[in-house]
Design a protein around this ligand. Structure first.
Ligand code: UDX
Length: 437
């Protein structure tokens, strides 16, 4: 099939490359010329394991191209909407201007029988509005909602071998035909037995935000337990292991620490609350306000713990921060808990130096006043306190004895509960962690 992907940011670039792997001819459309040029050179504008190789594979066959000209997508049968829906400035609601712009760009291209497949995360009700726009301005073309659940760092696997497909469509002949079209797009993945849930438009839009809200709630739940552990001398990692053995609860997403960040979970729960308010259902989601505030409290707690470790004040103290990305295997610093802690400590007078294996360039753009060092060794030199803020494998496997001669004081805080306390303590370090004695 010939497929277009409108919006070639994280979601769109990955989706376009993966669709070529599934055997389709793909044209990716984006409004940023530099972005398009780098994708056409096979360079991903962000770090995602395996993506450069997949882009190179698609570009070499000539079946994958990127363009700024929507007209190049004229003969495509299926058009995916993969543009961003960021949080509006000074508001919780999602900004839908890019979604509407993508639809406007597509409208002149649409022929009867064509399918527009929405993948962006949108407030429930948006798809119905877009479907009406197509009815009026491109009759015969049909909208289907097909949310995406990819995680950064696992984006290729999550797109090519997802846990499930969700199709939201209208209960009409055209809606049924659109679902069949999507079956053709995903034929290779469906043949592996991937479950498929067919739903109405509203449910399909809600699935995405409900899933992210559940994940955020799970993380904030264990972080609330970490607060209790701190108050009682209990150990949140043992608690998580013990409750996680109950298959109804499960151990995944129960890692207590600095909490969640990134381009999805924080903004999605806020946009969901804003939409619930508009629908008169704000009480139903009032718990998400608490989920958000538990999450934000972790960052404050980390600065407090650093202050305790430094004997009551961080002013003028040399603190080494390992990690800037919002999670490992990513160069993404959007709403990064690590960078938020770094900025707070600097504002409060600490001399912080930050490092990260992938995210320094992005971090520097966001916080130009912070000091960054390229290696762990340079970062920890003369530090009175070392803090792990992102659980990159290279930090988890650090040999404390190798760092001992470099630091001014052997003191470490494990902000992600990812280090082995026994190893650090037996090398003579003071080890502290969030939610552990
Ligand atoms: C998330 C969803 O997982 C994905 O399904 C959706 O499509 C987009 O949003 P992503 O933002 O890539 O994906 O990151 P994820 O792996 O979910 O982690 C989110 C944040 O939660 C990170 O900051 C991570 O450090 C934190 N986290 C995760 C925890 O603090 N504890 C955990 O146990 C798990």
């Amino acid at each position: 099939m010939r497929i277009s992907v409108f919006g070639c940011g994280y979601l769109g670039a990955v989706h376009a490359a993966c669709m070529t792997r599934l055997g389709h001819d793909v044209v990716g459309v984006d409004v940023v010329p530099d972005h398009v040029a780098s994708l056409n050179r096979g360079e991903a504008p962000f770090f995602e394991p395996g993506l450069p190789e997949l882009l190179a594979e698609g570009l070499a066959t000539g079946r994958l191209t990127f363009t700024t000209d929507a007209a190049d997508a004229a003969d495509c049968d299926v058009h995916f909407v993969c543009v961003g829906t960021p949080q509006k400035a000074a508001e919780n609601a999602a900004d839908l201007r890019y979604v509407h712009a993508a639809i406007s760009d597509m409208l002149p291209l649409l022929r009867p029988g064509d399918v527009v497949a929405g993948k962006s995360t949108v407030p429930v009700g948006t798809a119905e509005e877009l479907a009406s726009r197509l009815d009026e301005e491109a009759p015969g073309a049909e909208l289907i909602w097909n949310p995406e659940f990819l995680r950064e760092g696992f984006a290729l696997k999550d797109t090519l071998h997802p846990d499930r497909f969700v199709y939201g469509a209208r209960d009409t002949e055209q809606g049924t035909a659109a679902k069949q079209r999507l079956d053709e797009v995903y034929a290779a993945a469906l043949a592996e037995g991937t479950p498929k849930i067919e739903a109405d438009l509203a449910t399909a839009q809600l699935v995405k935000v409900a899933a992210n809200s559940f994940l955020a709630t799970k993380i904030s739940f264990i972080n609330a337990m970490a607060e209790l552990c701190e108050a009682t001398g209990a150990d949140v990692t043992l608690l998580a292991d013990a409750i996680g053995h109950d298959a109804r609860i499960g151990r995944r997403f129960l890692n207590a620490g600095l909490g969640f960040g990134g381009g999805c979970l924080p903004k999605d729960i806020r946009a969901f609350m804003a939409r619930a308010g508009e629908l008169g259902a704000d009480q139903a989601l009032s718990f998400l306000r608490e989920v958000d505030s538990i999450n934000m409290r972790r960052r404050v707690r980390m600065v407090d713990l650093a202050r305790e470790q430094c004997g009551g004040s961080i002013v003028g103290r040399r603190i080494a921060l390992l990690g800037a990305a919002f999670k490992p295997d990513s160069d993404d610093v959007r709403d990064s808990p690590a960078l938020s802690v770094a900025a707070q400590m600097q504002l409060q007078g600490a001399k912080v130096v930050t490092t990260d294996p992938q995210a320094i360039d992005n971090a520097r753009k966001k916080w130009p006043d912070l000091i960054f060092a390229p290696t762990v060794e340079e970062t920890v030199r003369d530090a009175e306190l070392v803090i792990v803020l992102t659980e990159w494998p290279e930090y988890v496997s650090l040999e404390p004895a190798d760092l001992s001669p470099l630091v001014a004081a052997r003191s470490v805080i494990d902000g992600r509960n990812c280090l082995d306390p026994v190893r650090w303590r037996s090398a003579g370090w003071t080890y502290r962690a969030l939610g552990r004695p």
